[in-house]
Ligand binder design. Sequence first.
Ligand code: ATP
Ligand code: GCO
Length: 172
Amino acid sequence: MSPVSTVVVVMGVSGSGKSTVGQLLAQRLDVPFLEADDLHSAANRAKMAAGHPLDDEDRRPWLLSIAEWIREATDTGRGGVVACSALKHEYRELFRRAGAGTWFLYLALDSATAGRRVAGRAGHFMPARLVDSQYAALEPLRPDEPGLTVDVAAADPRTIVDRAARAAPATR
Ligand SMILES: Nc1ncnc2c1ncn2[C@@H]1O[C@H](COP(=O)(O)OP(=O)(O)OP(=O)(O)O)[C@@H](O)[C@H]1O
Ligand SMILES: O=C(O)[C@H](O)[C@@H](O)[C@H](O)[C@H](O)CO
């Protein structure tokens, strides 16, 4: 039997650095990168842009499309890195069912810093006033889930990627 390939899901609230870190990590591991924000429906984007947080029902089809990407990356053995908030345990369980080798990199950050980062970022649909709702939904990575938690408040992206690349299982 061939070994299970790994998909790394870079998770955390808006502003925690998922896109920044995820892209660098995918380059480092030389695997495809998925920006999960690109799979949001127009309706979901419009809802967030109007200042309303997504609920479980809004997220459901989006999570299923991400799970499909994880399934294919796993089944073909190519591996990958996904930048996705994956705020709740049940969302992460869906991903693990899609890919047995799914591994989480949780970028832990305080709300004040996340709020400052989102407010300071131009050209993105996510308004800073939604950051509190991200923390309301957040269920941090649990010790019984496979992965690594990194406190990213004072760590630069390259240092975070170094730590993740050392800790992650081989992707392919
Ligand atoms: N470790 C870091 N230290 C300082 N600034 C960072 C760090 N990581 C990301 N940033 C900056 O914070 C902002 C948010 O980063 P990024 O867009 O990667 O977060 P995100 O989690 O993908 O957010 P969203 O979910 O809203 O797309 C960007 O301006 C980015 O340059
Ligand atoms: O589950 C969610 O509430 C969403 O995925 C958000 O996290 C946004 O997509 C993202 O943070 C904005 O870029």
